[in-house]
Design a protein around this ligand. Structure first.
Ligand code: DAK
Length: 265
């Protein structure tokens, strides 16, 4: 099987160290803006990651010093025409974001600079966001005559609430990392976002992989339904964890005062 870090793309790089894969959007000359090729490469890379049983956590970050991703590539906007093109492109971009948000492993955005427009939407598709102290986040689409099209109008209010989301989208303003932290838009602010993201990934990797994956599923599916429906989902998935060997291992390790060694079974 191809090693993940042997995959060659023009605008995306994957590095794998043990169970942590780092996907770097790497077009620093355009502040890592998402052109069609880059989006397609991200989708291909994520597909490879899904199939690699060795990978237990994914970090997504941006190449260069200045940006995570400074949005969709504005130089390609001139080619867009009419309702049909726009709708199709939004659906295609949303598919990539959905593919990321539904990965069965933890996905962490290491926001090392500007995360604007489609770049913030990419970060919103991740489970947890770590921002560097100098990062700037925002959805500037309305200033370009657009609305967010890669999930921003849906994921942002679910994450930070309707009022805060509408403020950010309608003003199109950029927020600094500390404000983003205060509003729950990011989980951590650190001097080095990638280093902190690795620490967070390592903490998650200590836990039982099936439980980690089922928590993601419970939260994701639960957010799209009623409380009652969500509790049903939780009960079903809880039942699945109780049937795992990892549950036995976790209990035995606790009772015997030793670290658990989970096998993902
Ligand atoms: N696209 C293309 N090139 C970009 C870019 C972008 N989003 N952002 C930066 N660049 C390029 C700049 O043009 C510049 O290229 P050169 O002039 O050197 O060739 C280079 O990156 C460095 O940028 P600056 O010189 O501007 O750097 P500064 O430090 O002065 O400013 C900045 C940094 C991030 C404040 C500034 O670059 C900026 O405002 N960038 C644009 C941010 C933005 O508005 N992004 C787009 C958000 S809207 C859709 C679905 C989704 C979307 C669209 C359509 N459909 C379904 C149709 C999403 C839309 C968005 O993401």
């Amino acid at each position: 099987m191809t090693q993940l870090d042997e995959l060659e793309f023009d605008n995306v790089q994957i590095d794998q160290h043990g169970p942590i894969a780092v996907l770097t959007v790497n077009r620093p000359r355009a502040l890592n803006a998402l052109n069609a090729d880059t989006l397609s490469e991200i989708a291909q890379a994520v597909n490879m990651i899904i199939e690699d049983a060795e990978v237990g956590a994914l970090i997504i970050t941006g190449g260069g010093e200045k940006a995570f991703v400074a949005g969709a590539d504005i130089s390609e906007f001139g080619d867009l025409e009419g309702v049909y093109d726009g709708r199709e492109l939004a659906l295609a971009g949303q598919d990539v974001m959905h593919q990321i948000s539904s990965l069965p492993i933890p996905v962490i955005a290491a926001i090392n600079g500007y995360a604007l427009g489609g770049g913030l939407e990419l970060a919103l598709a991740c489970d947890v966001r770590v921002a560097s102290a100098g990062a700037r986040l925002g959805l500037p689409e309305t200033g370009l005559g657009l609305i967010p099209g890669f999930g921003g109008t849906q994921r942002l209010p679910r994450l930070i609430g309707t009022g805060r989301a509408l403020d950010l989208i309608l003003t199109a303003r950029q927020v600094r990392a500390d404000e983003a932290l205060a509003m729950g838009l990011v989980n951590y602010v650190a001097d080095n976002a990638l280093t902190k993201a690795r620490e967070v990934a390592e903490a998650m990797l200590k836990n039982a992989p099936i439980a980690v994956s089922l928590v993601k599923e419970a939260v994701r599916r639960g957010m799209d339904t009623t409380l009652e429906g969500g509790l049903e989902i939780e009960a079903d998935l809880f039942g699945m964890t109780v049937a795992t060997k990892d549950f036995r291992e976790g209990v035995d390790a606790f009772l015997n005062k030793r670290p658990a060694e989970f096998q993902g079974e």
